[in-house]
Design a protein around this ligand. Structure first.
Ligand code: RIB
Length: 309
């Protein structure tokens, strides 16, 4: 099926508190605003791709609780195929308490809950769906063995694999990622995973190239307000940032990755797909919450027109 993406990953319920400042240890502080929403890096990326018109299936685990049922309904409402969503008896669904400061920057806690049950067996059970996809999208809020199994499946079946190694996990074994097509960390994840400083442009390229030397084909490093870099064996491309006034940066990375997967599987060149993804992520930080800030195709077109891009 054309433009089809499988996301093998997490879902969470986001509990977002907007604060004037972060509380000190032992302090009780009043906060002006709270919002509950649908999140989790996997589900966010799935919803971004689906809102932009991709055919998306999600392989994920929820608890057999209220949040689990709401998560399934939310994915269905967004047109995501949930045939491979598994409700784990006795498990709680994942939740993420999130704090957002007035400049839009955030701090996130994750309680993985049922997400820890997503296993290589779930990947095997979805084999027919996965083999028919253009791209498999992965993150690190589920067990590493599951990520390795999905990368291996993609390599064996000629399906493009995209890994967003978030949150950073130093136990990630790069030797298990041979054949991975796209590795998309932010700069702190790149530093943690390469063991090299990545706080300058030269450092980003050097650290990315150590990953390429280990068998990863392309590295895309997101740099927040500084845009992104695409690093391959021979080339380095700059993806310019799209200036906006940020309200809430939570989930911007997921907006970038989910939309990149959608544009790439829709036939855009990698550079075009990355430039469009930078615009999609920029739009997302002008709204509150994670999935609640993601544009559909029409709203995204309007944003691009209004921002002359
Ligand atoms: O990347 C943002 C996401 O991280 C949030 O939606 C939260 O659920 C955590 O997974």
């Amino acid at each position: 099926m054309p433009d089809s993406i499988a996301v093998i990953g997490s879902n969470m319920i986001d509990l977002v508190t907007y604060v004037e400042r972060m509380p000190n240890r032992g302090e009780t502080l009043e906060a002006p605003r709270f919002q509950q929403g649908f999140g989790g890096k996997g589900a966010n990326q799935a919803v971004a791709a689906a809102r932009l018109g991709a055919t998306v299936a999600m392989i994920t685990c929820v608890g057999d609780d209220g949040f689990g049922h709401q998560t399934r309904e939310n994915l269905e409402r967004n047109g995501v195929d949930v045939s491979h969503l598994r409700m784990v008896k006795g498990a709680v669904s994942g939740v993420a308490p999130i704090f957002v400061e007035p400049d839009g920057e955030n701090a996130i806690l994750i309680v993985k809950g049922a997400n820890v049950h997503l296993s290589p067996d779930d990947v095997a059970a979805a084999a027919t769906t996965l083999a028919a996809c253009d791209a498999i999208l992965l993150q690190l809020e589920v067990p590493l063995e599951t990520v390795y199994a999905a990368v291996a499946f993609g390599a064996e079946n000629g399906v493009t694999t995209i890994l967003n190694p978030a949150p950073a996990n130093r136990d990630l074994d790069l030797s298990q990622l041979a054949g991975l097509d796209w590795f998309c960390p932010n700069e702190s994840e790149l530093a943690a995973l390469s063991g090299m400083p990545a706080d300058t442009d030269a450092g980003v390229v050097e650290a990315a190239r150590t990953l390429i030397a280990q068998g990863i084909r392309n590295v895309v490093v997101t740099l927040g307000g500084r845009g992104a870099r695409l690093v391959t064996t021979e080339e380095v491309h700059v993806i310019d940032p799209v200036p906006v006034d940020p309200v809430d940066t939570t989930g911007a990375g997921d907006a970038f990755i989910g939309s990149f997967a959608r544009f790439l599987s829709g036939g855009a060149t990698p550079l075009d797909a990355l430039n469009l993804a930078a615009r999609y992520a920029a739009h997302s930080i002008t709204g509150h919450g994670t999935q609640s800030s993601y544009a559909d195709g029409a709203a995204f077109d309007t944003f691009c027109r209004d921002h002359d891009v």
